[in-house]
Ligand binder design. Structure first.
Ligand code: F6R
Length: 259
């Protein structure tokens, strides 16, 4: 794992956008896109680079990470709508290049299998952007998710429903169920980019990065991945024990070594 502690959310967004830009400019890229508030700054920065510096996504494809079960695709809080509104509609992805899970599929279990097959058919994900829940979830793999899990239906914890209630008129409207890429699916992406912002994420980041690999912190599964970059602001890094070493490593990073 490469752990990079940055002063604030803008620096994290800038660094994440730089990593995504570098991959997109190397040739046709498959991006994995998270929703929630954490990646919004990164998306804004990518949109800015598209508008002001000519960064193009015309040859890229994208897959969203998860979806609420039962929300219509055009519901403003469906992750299909959110990713289009916050990012992909503001850049130049080709028609049909942004794929999402159908939260209203007649057979959700079949939909989950279909989605994994669609990712595989695209050649797998090159860079997967991830946020982290206060309970250590990535995607919507809540604690005790199998570290080998595939895309499937999960039940949200009440903590996650409370955390996400800010996006809905009331907590009663936050769905109880989701379809999420599994931890095994996520770990097949070639490069994982985990972002953590703010003090509420500090314990989850510390458990994910420095704790044991354990199902009670699903993000700790990233320790098994050969290419994970963790970008955190100072507040989200505040419970890490080895920050000095991470900062030293980053300062010594050889110029030839890319992210
Ligand atoms: C969203 C997702 C979730 C969020 C996590 C953090 O697609 O997969 O894992 O990344 O719940 O949410 P925020 O960023 O809103 O704190």
């Amino acid at each position: 794992m490469e752990i990079i502690v940055l002063p604030d959310a803008d620096a994290v967004a800038n660094a994440a956008a730089g990593i995504i830009q570098a991959r997109v400019e190397r040739g046709p890229a498959v991006l994995g896109l998270a929703t929630g508030s954490t990646p919004l700054g990164t998306y804004r920065e990518l949109i800015r680079r598209h508008r002001e510096e000519g960064l193009s996504f015309a040859d890229a494809q994208a897959f969203t990470l998860d979806e609420y079960l039962g929300l219509p695709a055009d519901h403003p809080e469906s992750y299909r709508s959110v990713i289009r509104r916050e990012f992909t509609d503001s850049v130049d992805f080709a028609d049909g290049a942004v794929r999402s899970i159908d939260g209203q599929a007649e057979d959700p279990e079949q939909e989950a299998l279909r989605y994994d097959a669609e990712i595989a058919a695209a050649g797998g994900v090159d860079v997967q952007l991830l946020g982290i829940g206060t309970d250590g979830h990535i995607g919507f793999n809540e604690p005790m998710s199998s570290l080998a899990s595939r895309t499937r239906i999960k039940t949200l914890t009440e903590q996650t429903r409370r955390d996400n209630a800010r996006f809905f008129p009331s907590i009663d409207e936050v769905p109880h169920h989701v379809i999420t890429q599994g931890l095994g699916t996520i770990r097949e992406a070639r490069h994982l980019l985990l972002l953590g912002l703010g003090e509420p994420k500090a314990l989850a980041i510390a458990a994910a990065v420095e704790g044991p690999i354990a199902a009670n912190c699903p993000a700790s599964a990233l320790q098994l991945h050969p290419h994970t970059t963790v970008l955190v602001d100072a507040a989200a890094a505040s419970r890490l024990e080895h920050t000095e070493y991470y900062q030293y490593t980053h300062a010594q990073k050889p110029a030839w070594q890319r992210y």
